[in-house]
Design a protein around this ligand. Structure first.
Ligand code: HEM
Length: 443
């Protein structure tokens, strides 16, 4: 998962263009420092770096990792799960959850079986009701904030909605939203942002995972007891659906598997949902003309008119900018093209959706904000074997929350320091204050 520097967010036309020259000079001096330089650019100057790489070194081999920047090659990496695996995620997620989860395994019977099961549970036909639910939760939060003339959008709106969806739709409210929020942050930070393997961060994740699984075991027992005692009906949510699903024993989805998959729902949504909302809103706010049009579209009773603004905004800054993979065997990437590159076994590969969605081979005039981008080119939810399980609910939650926000009269960005997005670990948004009502109020 990649990080963002918002100082770079609005400068999509600016190209510094000398990253590779600086990199080559650094390699000649000290290869280790050169890789660190690239890591730093991927955090702070990713848009300009990727533009340069796409043109000059689309498969960029460094001593520490290889960055893949063109659309076709990113899709190829993400489509070859037996070669480019998520094995690196496995141990951290296993340690937290007490057993394997789909995002830490590739092409196993478990992946096939449990992703299929959970896709059935997260039924695409839930989306209309879910949008309604999200709209109500978002409007309540916005009503409360409007009186103050400003909103801290991450805590009061984006994360608040994501946590409420965990309770009301997934059936996993946690003992309190704050506790559920702490659990997801701890596990996700260790799984996807603890690059140095800090043992304190690992321990915090294991503790959070144990608490989360203990809570879920209790919830399962409570719901089973209620059913047995004829106290019903159970809440109409994903957890209840899972409980009512009787699978043959040989299929092997026992209680613990069911609970690990329940745990995966907030882990998949509470960080990435608000993350995507922050990116989308910021990209819209950076473009006054787009913002004016999006505000108008948000008023349309047909939400699909508005949603296109969110998707194009996310193309400019997807929450997952890089998807890491481990190359398990020597592999020829982009065979039959001038980009052909042998990737040796053991290489750490970073497939870059944030770059692929700017590839001029597939996206016309990529620097322009346009609403007619073909849907199949969107990579915000990954691609292939590990493509997002929650894509249907996630689309509804992101778009409807952002739509309700943009329907608020006088929504406006604020100058620093309030208007600056604060991120934990450079990735996970924690604070983004926006003005509501006439500019000047709440500023
Ligand atoms: C309802 C909310 C969500 C749930 C329940 C969810 C759950 C998941 C799960 C379980 C996976 C792993 C799938 C697998 O390994 O086969 C996954 C993958 C992924 N999700 Fe989501 N997710 C949600 C929202 C989001 C959002 C909002 C985003 C960002 C816009 C996102 C982006 C991704 C991406 C990029 C992957 C692929 C990761 C990779 O290939 O390494 N998800 N999601």
């Amino acid at each position: 998962m990649g990080a963002v520097d918002q100082s770079a967010a609005g400068d999509h036309l600016e190209r510094t263009g000398d990253h590779l020259a600086r990199y080559d000079a650094a390699v000649a001096r000290d290869p280790g420092s050169a890789s660190a330089l690239v890591q730093e650019w991927m955090r702070t100057d990713w848009r300009a770096l990727f533009a340069e790489l796409r043109e000059q070194r689309p498969i960029f081999v460094t001593p520490a990792f290889t960055v893949v920047t063109r659309y076709a090659d990113v899709v190829e990496v993400l489509s070859r799960e037996e070669t480019f695996t998520v094995r690196a995620f496995g141990p951290r997620l296993d340690a937290a959850l007490g057993g394997p989860f789909m995002l830490g395994r590739d092409a196993t019977p478990m992946n096939w079986r449990e992703k299929g099961l959970m896709q059935v549970m997260l039924a695409p036909q839930d989306v209309a009701d879910l949008r309604g639910l999200v709209g109500r939760i978002a409007d309540e939060a916005l009503d409360a904030a409007a009186r103050r003339g400003r909103i801290e959008a991450v805590g009061e709106l984006f994360r608040h909605v994501a946590l409420r969806v965990c309770g009301d739709y997934f059936g996993f409210p946690g003992p309190t939203p704050e506790t559920l929020s702490r659990w997801t942050r701890a596990v996700v930070v260790d799984g996807f942002a603890n690059f140095q393997g800090d043992p304190a961060v690992q321990a915090e994740s294991v503790r959070a995972g144990e608490e989360m699984m203990g809570y879920l075991r209790g919830l399962l027992a409570e719901r089973r007891a209620a059913l047995a005692a004829g106290r019903g009906p159970l809440p109409d949510d994903v957890f209840t659906r899972l409980l009512h699903t009787a699978l043959p024993a040989e299929v092997g989805v026992g209680d613990e598997r069911l609970l690990i998959n329940m745990a995966g729902l907030p882990l998949g949504s509470v960080e990435s949902g608000p993350g995507a909302m922050v990116e989308a809103v910021e990209q819209i706010m950076l473009r006054p003309q787009v913002r004016a049009e999006a505000v108008e579209a948000a008023a349309d009773p047909d939400p699909s008119r508005f949603d296109r603004y969110v998707w194009e905004a996310l193309r400019f800054s997807p929450f997952f900018k890089l998807l890491p993979r481990l190359c398990e065997r020597d592999y020829v990437l982009a065979a039959g093209t001038p980009r052909r590159t042998v990737i040796p076994a053991g290489t750490f590969v970073l497939a870059a959706p944030a770059s692929a969605m700017f590839d001029p081979d597939v996206v016309e005039e990529p620097d322009d904000f346009r609403l007619d981008r073909p849907e199949h080119l969107r990579l915000y939810f990954g691609h292939g074997h590990h493509a997002c399980l929650g894509v249907h609910p996630a689309r509804a939650v992101i778009c409807e929350t952002v739509r309700r926000l943009l329907r608020r009269p006088g929504l406006h960005p604020l100058p620093p320091p309030d208007g600056v997005i604060v991120r934990a670990h450079g990735i996970f948004p924690d604070r983004y204050v926006l003005g509501l009502g006439p500019a000047g109020k709440g500023a």
